[in-house]
Design a protein around this ligand. Structure first.
Ligand code: NAP
Length: 314
């Protein structure tokens, strides 16, 4: 078992920021990364609202900058997947152990910051899996280019759906945004941009995706009006699903309090109910899910962990 003062789980903006603060405070810090560093920023085409980038910045560039920042410090970067965690007393101090997948070496520390983020919520319709990769996608940046001059639909009414509809409008012939309500959750600035290009992006509101059809690839989406239950067929080659997020928390112990969707509940200092365990970023139950709020969570969690470790005198 490898021991550290603090271990950060997840190398998105929240985790990278937390690791930066911990290592700069002089603590032996590890950051566990499952995939490439950057988290969801990596699959965002352009980040327009992160302070300091007035002309916007590409998601992968911002992720590279975050990663380069901790490379300036002796943070131990561990590639792996945490499958479970448990807490036991070492003397009087709670020590948290992380069990890794594929016989990876166990890791332990008195302070853990969970920043494993969230993943796309599926639409939850019967044919969704069948058409995954054959017309159904969850990443416009990754798959958008397959739909050059073709017709696509984006499902959802939040910032992700609106942002990605604008991105796809630069590639596809036509983009339909399918949203289950009349009102949109996403920012007015995106909606205003969309409304200025009705030939390119069409809003279909009060409608849900009922079923998917085509062989072998997606050809038609059956839409259902939520009030009248009337259905209509929409011919599209691709559907991009942006209907919110689910927490990446399969490894979390039962004893950590979560909300009904499984997001971790913390206090204002990002502390969970278990001494020495903090949560930061999208894994946390909260309203604002932005790169800047993830970074803020990371700094807050690390500051609380630093105070805790100083009291323990590790
Ligand atoms: P979101 O804000 O939770 O929006 C999800 C959308 O999907 C909502 O419009 C919701 O409809 C709809 N929806 C949920 N379940 C559905 C279903 N089963 N069928 C059809 N529609 C469904 O999620 P998000 O857009 O992924 O964004 C997540 C968070 O990241 C948000 O806090 C967002 O502000 C933030 N974000 C920010 C930026 C940015 O500022 N640049 C970019 C991306 C994301 P209802 O509205 O009816 O609930």
């Amino acid at each position: 078992m490898k021991k550290f003062d603090a271990i950060v789980l997840g190398a998105g903006p929240a985790g990278i920021c937390a690791a930066l603060y911990l290592v700069r405070a002089g603590f032996k810090t590890a950051i566990v990364e499952k995939n490439s560093p950057g988290g969801q920023v990596l699959s965002t085409a352009e980040v327009e609202n992160y302070l300091g980038f007035p002309k916007s910045v590409k998601g992968f560039e911002l992720a590279d900058l975050f990663s380069a920042h901790i490379d300036e410090y002796p943070v131990e970067r561990i590639r792996g997947d945490v499958v479970s965690m448990e807490t036991a007393l070492e003397g009087t101090i709670p020590l948290h152990t992380l069990h890794m997948a594929e016989n990876g070496e166990d890791l332990a520390a008195p302070a853990i910051i969970i920043a494993t983020g969230s993943q796309h919520r599926p639409l939850g319709i019967k044919e969704e899996e069948e058409y995954r990769g054959k017309g159904v996608s969850y990443c416009a940046l990754c798959d958008g280019n397959f739909y050059k001059n073709l017709d696509v639909a984006v499902v959802g009414g939040g910032n992700s759906a609106l942002e990605e509809a604008l991105y796809l409008a630069r590639i596809a012939k036509k983009v339909y945004v399918i949203h289950r309500r009349e009102g949109f959750r996403g920012a007015k600035i995106y909606l205003d941009k969309i409304k200025k290009m009705p030939d390119k992006i069409e809003l279909i509101t009060s409608s849900v995706v009922d079923s998917l059809h085509g062989s072998p690839n997606l050809e038609t989406v059956k839409l259902k009006h939520v009030e009248t239950a009337q259905t209509r067929d929409l011919k599209v080659d691709g559907v991009f699903v942006y209907v919110g997020n689910l927490p990446n928390g399969a490894f979390l112990p039962e004893s950590l309090p979560k909300n009904e969707q499984g997001f971790l509940i913390t206090d204002l200092e990002m502390h969970t109910e278990i001494a020495g365990i903090y949560a930061a970023g999208d894994i946390r139950a909260k309203a604002c899910r932005q790169v800047c709020s993830a970074v803020g969570d990371g700094a807050t969690a690390a500051t609380a962990a630093i105070n805790y470790l100083e009291q323990l005198d590790v």
